[in-house]
Design a protein around this ligand. Structure first.
Ligand code: ATP
Ligand code: MG
Length: 569
């Protein structure tokens, strides 16, 4: 976290707590529910919680909020652990689980019953809703509210033992059915779920609600600042009530901040799950997904995600951040760090008629134009090479300004190599362009051509001598709708049908054949690409496949009145 940045409201609270001595060491936690993969919104919470702990010399726990066995799994637990680590954060001690506290939570439920502050209720879910009242009308007391402690304890025991059917009984806190805050109208603490849990197995037939579990878990772990998103603000009085009425070992405080919403995507786990299950994408780690696993497979770096998250306001309001802002941080990081490479996406063969037969020269190209410490690489240069079809035209009427590439009868420089001239073309039986016959201007390697020869521009190329074939996946935003979530329409209507275009038969410099997954290169003049990490049969075995992380520049239309946060080349 940047120490020069103005403090956000949580930092003010923490600094105050430390100054007054009410808190000795800051303890935060990141509490995901293992019912899906983490997404970019979670990254904001992770960066905030781990960042605050780091900034104030405290610690941050990773705790799974695993209280809903029906939607949770080991797969999600493992993916979340990998993602937090990949983002670059280390939690304090072991990974923690709400399920490790089930005995203690149950003991506290018993405590509340004994104190006359909880009861077993047998209203049906429909009756519960009816008794709860509305925002404008108070609720009514449940007919089961006055049960004796002994009876409540016996019923809770029966619930626990699996003797009660699901939906027949719940344990409720006994607070105030007339409270203006609906969360305090005798909220549910435990429900029957006769279902095995991915960690605690078949031991339990009752599971605590989020509200009953969360604050108490925070107290067990000595969490000082329990930071969550705004939708929990109305739950805070309940969070406090439970802590005030239980013999907990510590007294955490809950603070709420605005969640991150990003345009052109969705950050609801339920919707992301739907995209996966309905096959709109190729899994949770599909490079178009806003999941951390997807971003990673796409070639976005943890540093870019952290820089983006640190740039976000931590405020008490929700807002929508423009995707362009995230993309700005992705480009900035890759522009600074990605090694350069040459790859021709739509190859067109070029033969240099005046190049000495059989001669192959070794050229040295810098890996990064501004960073000599990143070294250079060798590329062969011979009589046959490939350029991009889009970099050639037979239309001599194209002005130099309109088309700074190769035109029949004119000159262009090959990046890091010679100036060439297009002399003629070869067409196949159907009349389609199949080859350009060209000539090299001698002595133009690293030197200007003679007077009178003015190359139109610089284009990229790959020598036939060491080209490797690869496939390239051109990813665009998954949604073409700026706010696919907005309104009550179906968010799937905003899916961009062209979010993936796959090109095959691309020609890459041979060095790229040895590229490791997740290392992003700038394919000069094309964009940023990384080798796909998936080597299964989704792409014909081990074919060399590159995913486009992002294009060089943002070509998407700007919403009126906004200005791009910055561009670079
Ligand atoms: P669910 O509806 O499944 O609970 P969730 O998005 O709240 O979904 P959790 O696993 O409970 O998922 O979230 C873990 C933590 O991440 C919580 O503290 C939550 O507040 C925070 N979080 C989730 N989504 C966002 C978001 N978009 N922006 C910031 N923080 C988020
Ligand atoms: Mg949640």
């Amino acid at each position: 976290m940047d120490s020069d940045k103005p403090r956000n409201f949580i930092q003010h609270i923490i600094e105050n707590d430390l100054a007054e001595g009410t808190v000795k060491q800051v303890v935060t936690r990141f509490p995901p529910e293992p019912n899906g993969y983490l997404h970019i919104g979670h990254a904001k919470s992770i960066c905030l919680n781990f960042g605050l702990a780091e900034q104030y010399g405290g610690v941050c726990n990773l705790r799974f909020d695993d209280t809903n066995p029906e939607t949770e799994s080991e797969e999600f637990v493992n993916a979340i652990i990998a993602d937090v680590r990949w983002l670059g954060f280390q939690w304090d001690g072991e990974v923690r689980y709400a399920s490790d506290y089930f005995e203690q939570l149950h003991a506290w439920a018993v405590h509340l019953i004994q104190a006359g502050k909880a009861y077993v209720c047998e209203l049906t879910p429909d009756q519960m809703r009816e008794y709860r009242g509305t925002l404008t009308e108070p609720g009514r007391d449940s007919p089961f509210r006055e049960r004796s402690a002994a009876e409540n304890l016996a019923l809770l025991e029966a619930m626990r033992a699996g003797e009660i059917e699901e939906g027949k009984m719940v344990l409720r806190a006994r607070i105030d059915m007339a409270s203006p805050n609906i969360n305090l109208r005798d909220p549910v603490l435990y429900r029957v779920k006769r279902m095995a849990h991915h960690r605690s197995g078949a031991r339990w037939n009752i599971y605590p609600s989020y509200d009953f579990a969360h604050g108490q878990e925070d107290a067990i772990e000595g969490v000082t600042h329990s930071i969550c998103t705004l939708e929990f603000a109305d739950h805070r009085p309940l969070y406090d009530w439970l802590l005030d009425n239980l013999p907990v070992p510590a007294r955490p405080r809950q603070y709420e901040f605005g969640r991150l919403n990003l345009s052109y995507t969705v950050t609801s786990k339920r919707k992301l799950k739907q995209l996966v299950e309905e096959g709109h994408v190729d899994g949770w780690d599909d490079p178009r997904m806003p999941t951390l696993a997807g971003l990673r497979r796409r070639g976005v770096t943890p540093a870019a995600i952290r820089a983006f998250c640190d740039s976000l306001a931590v405020a008490k309001t929700d807002g929508v951040v423009d995707m362009g802002q995230f993309e700005h941080f992705i480009r900035q990081d890759l522009n600074d760090n990605a090694p350069r490479a040459l790859c021709v996406l739509r190859p067109l063969k070029v033969t240099l008629g005046n190049w000495p037969a059989g001669k192959v020269e070794t050229l040295h190209l810098a890996n990064h134009p501004q960073r000599p410490e990143l070294g250079s690489r060798e590329l062969p240069f011979g009589a046959t090479l490939y350029i991009d079809r889009d970099d050639f035209s037979t239309d001599a009427a194209l002005s130099r300004k309109q088309f700074k590439r190769l035109v029949l009868g004119d000159w262009v420089r090959l990046r890091g190599a010679y100036v060439i001239r297009a002399d003629d073309v070869v067409r196949d039986a159907s009349g389609a362009l199949s080859e350009v016959l060209a000539s090299v201007v001698p002595d133009t390697l690293g030197a200007d051509p003679p007077a009178g020869i003015k190359p139109r521009g610089v284009i990229h190329w790959v020598a036939a001598e060491n080209a490797v074939d690869c496939a390239v996946r051109l990813y665009e935003r998954l949604f073409s709708a700026p706010e696919p979530d907005a309104g009550d329409g179906d968010f799937r209507a905003g899916i961009n049908p062209d979010s993936l275009v796959t090109l095959t038969g691309c020609k890459a410099e041979a060095n790229l054949g040895r590229a490791a997954p997740e290392v992003t290169f700038q394919f000069e003049r094309e964009g940023y690409f990384c080798r796909d990490s998936f080597c299964g049969d989704r792409d014909n075995g081990n074919r060399l496949v590159f995913n486009r992380t992002i294009a060089l520049r943002d070509a998407s239309p700007k919403p009126a009145g906004t200005k791009p946060p910055g561009t670079e080349g």
